[in-house]
Design a protein around this ligand. Structure first.
Ligand SMILES: NC(=O)c1ccc[n+]([C@@H]2O[C@H](COP(=O)([O-])OP(=O)(O)OC[C@H]3O[C@@H](n4cnc5c(N)ncnc54)[C@H](O)[C@@H]3O)[C@@H](O)[C@H]2O)c1
Ligand SMILES: [Zn+2]
Ligand SMILES: [Zn+2]
Length: 341
């Protein structure tokens, strides 16, 4: 099968033939119909993820059709249309049994622990725990985003940030994660302030429901405090500066939700954290059992993940698109269709 292969960190990957995955016990193999280009793929390519072993096939935000079913998998058949959380949980450990599959210590992640979805086929381990059936009327490109960024933002805003109607939510960084967070927080009735360096990303943020948009500068926290301060801040980029700005933007007892990865660590103003009783909350993906609530909001027309997709590219165009993330992010979500030449 054709796949995007990273041979060396930071060097543009190649597209070449690699062996097709086989369906191990408990696993399925999917024909990849669509897979999103997420900044976490860029982090992996840059060598920021200790789990990756070279050569490596990235890709973790995916939707596809079941092509093969391994022994012991019940309830799933060849031809079923599915997605999976990028955190494929084991289903049997203490965390999984408590419903916290997103922190399963035995988790496997396509595109990180094993070869991912920038390929014609990908395996999904622990299939019974992780597969999510797609609604018939949802296209694969939209569904791919549910594998990582849209679902991650849903959990971050709704389950971790516990955003309530009438609260002010400041979203720092309006790429795939941030725009999803803007749409979800707005749908929950929050008043959203969106911050980005790119005016085109801010234009999309307004379309998806942001009430205020602010170009990134060292004045952002003061501007948000002038509005009354944020109840919830979200780092949807991953930057120590943004964490500081976010903490300074919060009202007393405010909650900061960290989604963006911080490979170089972070400087925290712990004095402010204590004195203002702020919360600094990590958020990691979303487990499969939490998808029905999100899918119901899509079905009822309250959430529109299809609108976030601004570009569709082929496998052959993927290496250059991944490398181009070093210079910045094209506004909206980019989806790869490996089946299309
Ligand atoms: N925690 C999780 O489970 C999880 C899941 C998915 C992604 N992530 C991480 O979330 C982060 C965002 O991913 P993405 O794919 O949406 O990224 P992205 O590259 O699509 O978006 C980043 C956005 O930040 C903007 N930006 C750049 N500098 C800025 C600044 N100084 N101030 C404000 N905005 C700025 C960019 O213009 C862009 O719009 C990444 O770190 C990614 O690895 C984490
Ligand atoms: Zn991702
Ligand atoms: Zn587990």
């Amino acid at each position: 099968m054709r796949a995007v292969v990273i041979e060396e960190y930071g060097v543009v990957p190649v597209v070449r033939d690699v062996p097709k995955p086989v369906a191990a016990d408990g696993a399925v193999v999917l024909r990849v119909e669509a897979t999103g280009l997420c900044r976490s793929d860029w982090h992996g390519w840059m060598g920021h993820d200790a789990d990756i072993v070279l050569p490596h096939v990235p890709g973790h935000e995916l939707a596809g059709t079941i092509a093969a079913v391994g022994a012991g998998v019940t309830g799933w058949q060849v031809g079923d249309r599915v997605t999976t959380p990028f955190i494929c949980a084991c289903g049997t450990c203490e965390q999984c049994l408590e419903g916290n599959q997103q922190v399963c210590p035995n988790q496997l992640q396509p595109g990180f622990n094993y070869w991912g979805s920038f390929a014609e086929y990908v395996a999904v381990p622990y299939a019974s725990v992780n597969l999510v059936r797609l609604p018939d009327d949802m296209d694969f490109a939209t569904a791919a985003g549910l594998g990582c960024r849209f679902a991650t933002s849903f959990r971050a805003v709704h389950q971790v940030g516990k955003v309530r109607a009438g609260e002010r939510v400041a979203v720092f960084g309006c790429g795939g994660v941030g725009l999803s967070a803007v749409m979800i927080a707005s749908a929950l009735g929050a008043s959203v302030v969106a911050i980005d360096t790119n005016p085109d990303a801010l234009k999309l943020a307004r379309e998806y429901g942001a009430v205020h948009t602010v170009e990134a500068s060292d004045q952002v926290a003061a501007e948000i405090q002038d509005l009354g301060g944020a109840h919830v801040t979200i780092d949807a980029l991953g930057s120590s500066d943004i964490v500081q700005q976010a903490l300074t933007s919060l009202r007393p007892r405010g909650r900061h939700v960290q989604i963006g990865l911080l490979p170089s660590g972070v400087q925290l103003d712990v004095g402010r954290l204590i004195g203002q009783e702020l919360s600094w909350l990590g958020s990691h993906g979303m487990p499969a059992h939490a998808y029905p609530e999100m899918l119901a909001l899509v079905a009822s027309g309250n959430l529109h993940p299809a609108e976030l997709i601004t570009r569709t590219i082929t496998l052959a165009e993927t290496p250059a698109a991944l490398a181009a993330l070093s210079a910045g992010t094209p506004p909206g979500i980019t989806v790869i269709t490996p089946g299309v030449a």
